[in-house]
Design a binder for this molecule. Structure first.
Ligand code: PMP
Length: 405
């Protein structure tokens, strides 16, 4: 069970008034708020410990290095990766995907090859593959989705052929909330020896992730969407690929031996972590994982599903409100529009009532094109949200409607 009263106190940002009203934060899909345990520990780190990692023989450098590598071990355990060396710290989901698109692309993709993505990808999991295909004269193939917001899985097997080098698909759609059957996708792909990258930016914070059980070849996510700092992310990759893939960036800390003629590189994960990495961000991610573990990811999932059900029923009672994304399996994300009212207007008026939602295309213009709309209003929930937050949202939407009538 979730102790909401205690939890809400842990998140200072939530305990304020905005526009004179108790703040209701429903923009968790964009970024999550940070618990005081993370904020304070990071401040203490700068007060007492800060020193660059991997380079020094001195006390604080050793301590920083240990803290950084401990964070790697926490991530490994959290997603059940087989080895610590399969966890690479990056700047975030976008950075992780670009790393794979470049490095995997250099090693495995040639002219005429094919990559498959779905039509519901965030631009972060579409544009890097378009860029790779342009660079290599390869072809990007698209797995469509239907009106409910569910992938048309029956079309997948036909899309895969001998030229297919990788499938990159989101675990959860950030604009529709759909939870995709990634385990099934991975199984189908592996039957034809095609590796799969899972964009976990919108799943890691909502459900238990077990990369060995999924059997995905790559899994990527951002720290800031799971209660850690911005500027830190993770790329999980199976060792067999990481060993073969060339470095993405060159620089300090990723080299074995350097001469003016030639350089040899360290093994993964270090060969993919050039320069001074965001070791404080990694520390914060480890702390955020501790926090999530203490609450329990199963408890989080249960509470968020209860919120989703309550909010969906409540919002559907509002006449003229359409929900985009009605898949059977969803996270607590509701994209909607009010008849004849622009999404920006709805969002701006809700803000005046102290309710934060996101408006626009949510970096998924292809999804908006499919529904022939320019954008939606998106309410995305986290485990610190309450049923009272849902009530405030519903009341707010009714007021928006009244203002336009
Ligand atoms: N993929 C999905 C599904 C997302 O929701 C997001 C963030 N909205 C990203 C990728 C990109 O994440 P970041 O901006 O943290 O790199």
């Amino acid at each position: 069970m979730i102790n909401l009263e205690k939890i809400k106190k842990d998140f200072p940002v939530l305990n304020q008034k905005v526009n004179g009203k108790e703040y209701v934060y429903l923009d968790n899909g964009a970024t999550t708020q940070k618990p005081i345990q993370v904020i304070d520990a990071v401040a203490d780190f700068y007060k007492n410990t800060n020193s660059n990692i991997h380079r020094g023989v001195h006390h604080l450098s050793n301590l920083s290095t240990k803290i950084y590598e401990d964070a790697r071990a926490k991530v490994q355990k959290f997603i059940n990766a087989e080895k610590e060396s399969e966890i690479i710290f990056t700047k975030g989901t976008t950075d992780s995907i670009n790393l794979v698109a470049f490095s995997f692309g250099e090693k495995y993709v040639s002219q005429g090859d094919e990559i498959i993505v779905s039509a519901m990808e965030h631009h972060s999991n579409l544009v890097p593959w378009q860029m790779l295909c342009e660079r290599k004269k390869a072809r990007l193939r698209i797995l469509p989705f239907d009106k409910k917001g569910e992938l048309e899985l029956d079309k997948l097997a036909d899309l895969i052929n001998k030229k297919t080098k990788l499938i990159a698909v989101t675990h959860v759609s950030n604009s529709l909330g759909t939870v995709n059957p990634v385990k099934e996708i991975i199984k189908t792909a592996h039957e034809k020896n095609v590796p799969v990258l899972i964009d976990g930016a919108q799943s890691i914070q909502h459900q238990k992730i077990d990369v060995q059980d999924l059997d995905c070849d790559f899994f990527v996510f951002s720290g800031h969407k799971i209660y850690a700092e911005t500027g830190i992310g993770v790329l999980y990759g199976k060792e067999k690929f990481l060993n073969e893939m060339p470095p993405y960036q060159g620089g300090g800390d990723m080299v074995d031996h350097v001469t003016l003629k030639k350089t040899t590189f360290l093994d993964a994960p270090f060969k993919f972590e050039a320069g001074t990495v965001n070791y404080v961000g990694a520390y914060s991610l480890g702390l955020a994982i501790d926090y999530v573990n203490a609450v329990g990811i199963e408890n989080i999932a249960k509470h968020e599903q209860d919120l989703l059900q309550y909010a969906t029923e409540k919002l559907l009672q509002i006449e003229g409100l359409t929900i985009y994304g009605n898949a059977k399996h969803k996270t607590a994300t509701i994209s909607f529009l009010l008849k004849n009212i622009h999404h920006y207007d709805t969002g701006m008026i809700l803000d005046k009532m102290g309710i934060a939602v996101r408006t626009g295309s949510h970096c998924t213009q292809t999804v908006m094109d499919f529904f022939e709309i320019s954008g939606t209003v998106r309410a995305s929930f986290a485990f610190y949200n309450t049923f009272a937050d849902v009530d405030r949202l519903a009341e707010g939407i009714l007021k928006v409607k009244q203002m336009f009538e």
